[in-house]
Design a protein around this ligand. Structure first.
Ligand code: PLP
Length: 459
C-alpha cells in the first residue's frame, strides 16, 4: 500500500514539473464579491463568524458551492474537502439522490411540527435495526440536542445528578458538555474545567472527568462517586483517539456494576464505521446512543436511541406524572431531514461501500505519511477508518494529554499552509474522508501536501 502511494505521488510530482500553476487552492486569488462578503460578515456577525470556528487570516474563505469531495469559494477557488460539514457529508456534497429526495419532499410541505409524519416513521423503521441498543428512538435536531436529552433521560431514570465524561471528549454546546473538552491547564481528575464563560459553578460540580483509555482511574473514580452518577458518556473513538482493546467493554461492565446509564456518543461514528456504527464496529451495546451528522444526510437530524425502559420516560401521555421526562423540539422529526436520511441510507446500503471508503482512507494516510517523511517533517499520520489526523509526534496518542504534549502551534501553522494549497482540513482537529473521494483526489492531495511542505520549510 505504501508503495502504491509512493507511485501515485511520483505521478503527482511529474505533474508539478509540467504544470506550475496549482489547480486547487487559494494562492491569493480573492474576488471583489468575496471581499464584500467578508466585510458584511465582519460588520454583522460576532467575529465575522457563523459559530465557534473562524479560519485564521489569509486562509479564510466563503463557501459558494460543493460537489462530491470538492467545493469552491466565492472567488471561484477549488478545494478538496476533508472537513465535510464537520463529518456530516460522508456521502459528499450535492449527491443527486439527496437533491431528489429533498426537492420531492419540499414540494409536499417542509415541516408540520413534531407530530407524526411519514418520513420520520420510515426513518425510525429503517435505522433502528442498525443501532444495537435501539429498542426505541427519538429524533432530535442536532448532536448537542441528542447528548443533552440522553443525559436528562439518564438523570430521570437513575434519580442521580452527576455525569462523568472523558477529558478531551466533545459532546456538543450545552453546559453539561462544555467542560474539559479542550482544557488548557491540567487539573486533578475528576475535576471538570469549563471551556467557556457562562457555565455556573454548580453545573461544573455536577460533572466528573476521567482520562480516556485509563480503566484503572475510571474504576477508582466510580468506586468513590458511582452511587451519585447518572451517566457515563463516551465517544467510542474520542475525536481521533481509538479505544484500547477492552476499554469500552470496561466502561460497559463498570456502569452496569454501579447502576449507571452508559451513553455511547455516536454523533461522529454513527453510520461512518459501518451501518452499525461503533456499536457494531467495537462490539459494544450501551444503554443509550446519541446520533447526529450522517443520520440526516446533511440536514439537521439527530437522535437518541436506546433501552425501552429509559426511553419510555419520554412518553408524552405521561406528561405531568412523576417519572415523565420532557423531550421535545419544534423541528424534530423534520420531514426534509428524514427524507434526506432515507436517501442517505439508500446510498450507504450499497454492498462494498464501507470497504471501499476504508481502503481509500488507508491509501490517503499512507500517501500523506510518505510525502511528510520525504520532507522529514516529523509528522505522524494516523487514524482509523474514514477519519484521519496528523501530529508532530512519533507515537499515536491515547488520551487528550498525549495530544497537548505535541507541538499544536506548529501544527496549526502547517495546517494553514495545507488550506492555502487547497486541502481543507479542520485546524487542530481530526478530519474525514467521504465515499466520493477519488484516486484523482488522492493524487491532487499528495501534490498539494508536497507543496505545503516545501512552502512551510521555506519559512
Ligand atoms: C461526538 C460529538 N457529539 C456531539 C456533537 C454535537 O453535535 P452538533 O454540533 O450537531 O450539536 C459533536 C459535534 O461535532 C460531536 O462530535
Amino acid at each position: 500500500m505504501v508503495e502504491a502511494a509512493a507511485r501515485t505521488r511520483d505521478l503527482s510530482q511529474a505533474r508539478i514539473a509540467i504544470d506550475q500553476t496549482p489547480a486547487i487552492g487559494r494562492h491569493g486569488r480573492t474576488s471583489n464579491q468575496e471581499r464584500a462578503e467578508f466585510a458584511t460578515a465582519e460588520r454583522l456577525l460576532p467575529g465575522g463568524a457563523l459559530g465557534g470556528n473562524a479560519l485564521p487570516g489569509d486562509t479564510r474563505f466563503v463557501f459558494a458551492r460543493g460537489d462530491g469531495s470538492r467545493f469552491w469559494d466565492s472567488s471561484g477557488n477549488e478545494y478538496i474537502d476533508y472537513v465535510l460539514g464537520s463529518g456530516t457529508m460522508f456521502i459528499g456534497h450535492a449527491h443527486p439522490k439527496i437533491q431528489k429526495a429533498v426537492s420531492d419532499q419540499v414540494a409536499r410541505g417542509t415541516h408540520f411540527f413534531a407530530y407524526l409524519n411519514e418520513q420520520a416513521i420510515e426513518l425510525a423503521q429503517r435505522v433502528t435495526p442498525y443501532m444495537r441498543c435501539a429498542e426505541r428512538i427519538r429524533f432530535t435536531t442536532a448532536g448537542s440536542d441528542s447528548t443533552f436529552h440522553a443525559i436528562r433521560l439518564a438523570r430521570g431514570f437513575t434519580g442521580r445528578a452527576k455525569v462523568l465524561k472523558f477529558e478531551g471528549a466533545y459532546h456538543g454546546v450545552h453546559d453539561y458538555a462544555q467542560l474539559s473538552t479542550a482544557p488548557k491547564q491540567s487539573t486533578n481528575f475528576p475535576t471538570a474545567v469549563p471551556d467557556t464563560a457562562g457555565i455556573p459553578e454548580v453545573v461544573q460540580d455536577l460533572m466528573l472527568v476521567a482520562p480516556y483509555n485509563d480503566v484503572e482511574t475510571l474504576t477508582s473514580i466510580l468506586a468513590e462517586h458511582g452511587h451519585e452518577i447518572a451517566a457515563v458518556i463516551v465517544e467510542p473513538i474520542q475525536r481521533i483517539i481509538s479505544p484500547k482493546p477492552g476499554f469500552l467493554q470496561a466502561i460497559r461492565d463498570l456502569t452496569r456494576q454501579h447502576g449507571i446509564v452508559m451513553i455511547l456518543d455516536e454523533v461522529v461514528t454513527g453510520f461512518r464505521y459501518g451501518l452499525g456504527g461503533a456499536q457494531e464496529y467495537f462490539d459494544i451495546t450501551p444503554d443509550l446512543a446519541t446520533y447526529g451528522k450522517i443520520l440526516g444526510g446533511g440536514l439537521p437530524v439527530g437522535a437518541v436511541a436506546g433501552r425501552a425502559d429509559i426511553m419510555d420516560q419520554a412518553n408524552p401521555s405521561n406528561k405531568g406524572q412523576p417519572g415523565y421526562v420532557y423531550q421535545n423540539g419544534t423541528l424534530q422529526g423534520h420531514p426534509l431531514g428524514c427524507a434526506a436520511g432515507l436517501a442517505t441510507l439508500d446510498i450507504l446500503e450499497e454492498p462494498g461501500l464501507y470497504d471501499r471508503v476504508f481502503a481509500m482512507a488507508d491509501k490517503l494516510r499512507a500517501g500523506l505519511q510518505s510525502v511528510f517523511d520525504d520532507h522529514d517533517m516529523g509528522l505522524l499520520v494516523f487514524g482509523e477508518g474514514p477519519m484521519w489526523h496528523m501530529l508532530f509526534t512519533d507515537r499515536v496518542p491515547q488520551n487528550w494529554r498525549d495530544i497537548t504534549a505535541t507541538d499544536t502551534r506548529k501544527l496549526a501553522a502547517f495546517e494553514a499552509e495545507m488550506i492555502r494549497q487547497g486541502l481543507f482540513v479542520l485546524p487542530n482537529n481530526r478530519r474525514f474522508i467521504s465515499i466520493r473521494h477519488t484516486e484523482q483526489d488522492l493524487v491532487d492531495t499528495f501534490e498539494a501536501a508536497d507543496r505545503a511542505c516545501q512552502t512551510f520549510k521555506g519559512h
